[in-house]
Design a protein around this ligand. Structure first.
Ligand code: SAH
Length: 454
């Protein structure tokens, strides 16, 4: 319990900040209150719902002075749908908010207030950008529902339209919802572990227009296969691939191990810049193709390659950044922990006739020290780690062998800032930081930082 603010208090507060999950933050004598639905600069009336030792939560009752950046969210399920967090903030203000959040950790955690954090590179049209939708299906009160999960729950918010996904995904979601009953297909129930259709995944290759639909089912055998294929083909004329993935496990992981082709090809082809990628049902692939190109161009610019360099791409996934780099480097070494992704990387290198990209499956922090121990030397190192940032051991390897330039691509500004501080202390200088908006309407931000050896 706090002594300044108590549960059930009705307060008039000014919102100062926005958290990562889109809640406004107001401070009452230094005590932070989190208030969903509010924006920085707003004066609001709130009802305190919960107080903990160091912070509390409140419910918005009334906005007294709205932010000049507040807009009416165009989506009818925002909130409660957990897919987007900041639709009520104008896009321009979203970008500024993201820049501020990166600036903040670069100042506070990396302790680099003099390093420039550039304005966020945003999208011209920040809607309909997602090339992959993973749509859960269920039944509520006898009606088939499908849409997206409410934030931090497994409760489906039913909708026919999602304006950050493709129109093809909308069409599939709606058509299946309407027709499942008459086709005699039931939906999966997480509690009883019964029912056929679990998820439908729709992927679209932006550059080629190819579309893949994956039906994730509890059982392999279902009699209505032909009818479903026909329904999907009628809904998305020219659909490239219809797949079935079998997931008989009691789990909330979407995919199971076995995938079979019901119609058309088993892969779709996309390209980013002039590199082609083969995408299968379960391949990892960036979800915003327009901004992926912006992000990779930035990484490539910072790498400043002349064609003479040997480069590492650590945490390379299916080798997307590696293949970009390979066009301008002598050699690129990609390392990634998921063996399947490395197989995709090798196939994609072949598909593009790129012979100077070498891929190895393993943990970056184990494989890279071994490469060095074998006598290999690298001028430039690109890292693109998951949210938890670079492994400590990898950072120590960098500090020991001192590649001239490090390009750090990050999906979590907090761990980026932590790692920048470690690299700074070990002899690197952070030159500049460029955030890129990969996920408009959400509060996520991607960042590229350039470091050089002092
Ligand atoms: N650079 C890629 C993927 C980045 S996502 C792209 O742009 O598409 C981060 C990747 O790091 C994931 O593919 C994940 O599987 C991988 N990963 C996680 N821990 C790892 C580790 N210790 N060593 C190598 N790769 C790792």
């Amino acid at each position: 319990m706090s002594y300044i603010v108590n549960k059930n208090d009705r307060l008039h507060v000014t919102v100062e900040d926005l958290t990562h999950d889109g809640a406004g933050v107001a401070k009452v004598d230094g005590y932070p209150l989190f208030i969903h639905g509010t924006l920085p600069g707003e004066e609001v009336e709130v009802h305190v719902t919960k107080t903990l030792k160091n912070y509390g939560f409140a419910k918005l009752l009334e906005i007294r002075t709205p932010s000049a950046d507040r807009i009416i969210p165009p989506c009818h399920v925002f909130p409660p749908c957990g897919g987007c967090q900041v639709q009520h903030l104008s896009y321009e203000a979203q970008l500024e908010q993201k820049r501020k959040s990166v600036r903040d950790v670069i100042d506070r955690i990396a302790k680099l207030p003099h390093v420039p954090v550039h304005p966020v590179k945003g999208m011209e049209d920040p809607w309909r950008y997602r090339n992959k939708s993973q749509i859960p299906f269920s039944t509520r009160d006898g009606q088939v529902i499908s849409g997206f999960y409410q934030s931090k729950t497994h409760k489906i918010v039913d909708t026919d339209v999602c304006i950050i996904q493709t129109e093809e995904a909308d069409a599939i979601m709606t058509a299946l919802k309407r027709e499942l009953h008459s086709l005699g297909i039931d939906t999966y129930d997480e509690k009883t572990h019964r029912g056929m259709l679990r998820h439908v995944v729709v992927r679209k290759a932006r550059a080629t227009g190819e579309v893949m639909v994956v039906l994730v089912t509890l059982k392999k055998k279902f009699q209505q296969k032909d009818a479903v294929v026909e329904l999907i083909r009628n809904t998305v004329p020219g659909v490239t691939s219809i797949m079935q993935n079998l997931n008989s496990n009691k789990t909330n992981v979407i995919f199971g191990n076995e995938t079979i082709c019901l119609y058309g090809k088993s892969v779709i082809i996309d390209s980013i810049g002039d590199i082609q990628f083969e995408i299968s049902a379960r391949s990892f692939y960036q979800v915003n193709p327009v901004q992926t190109e912006v992000l990779y161009k930035q990484a490539l610019d910072y790498a400043e390659l002349t064609g003479e360099e040997t480069v590492i791409d650590a945490y390379c996934g299916i080798g997307t950044i590696s293949l970009f780099l390979a066009q301008r480097a002598k050699e690129v070494y990609g390392v990634e922990i998921v063996p399947q992704a490395i197989e995709d990387a090798k196939r994609n290198a072949e598909l593009n006739g790129i012979a100077n990209a070498i891929f190895e499956a393993g943990a970056a922090e184990d494989v890279i020290p071994r490469w060095y121990a074998e006598g290999k030397r690298f001028e430039v190192l690109v890292v693109d780690p998951p949210r938890k940032g670079c492994d400590e051991k990898l950072l120590q390897t960098i500090l020991e062998y001192k590649p001239k330039r490090v390009v750090y691509v990050s999906c979590n500004p907090g761990t980026l800032a932590r790692d920048l501080r470690i690299l700074e202390d070990g002899g690197y200088e952070t030159k500049e930081v460029q955030p890129v908006d990969m996920f408009p309407q959400s509060s996520h931000v991607e960042t590229v930082a350039l470091l050089e050896l002092k």
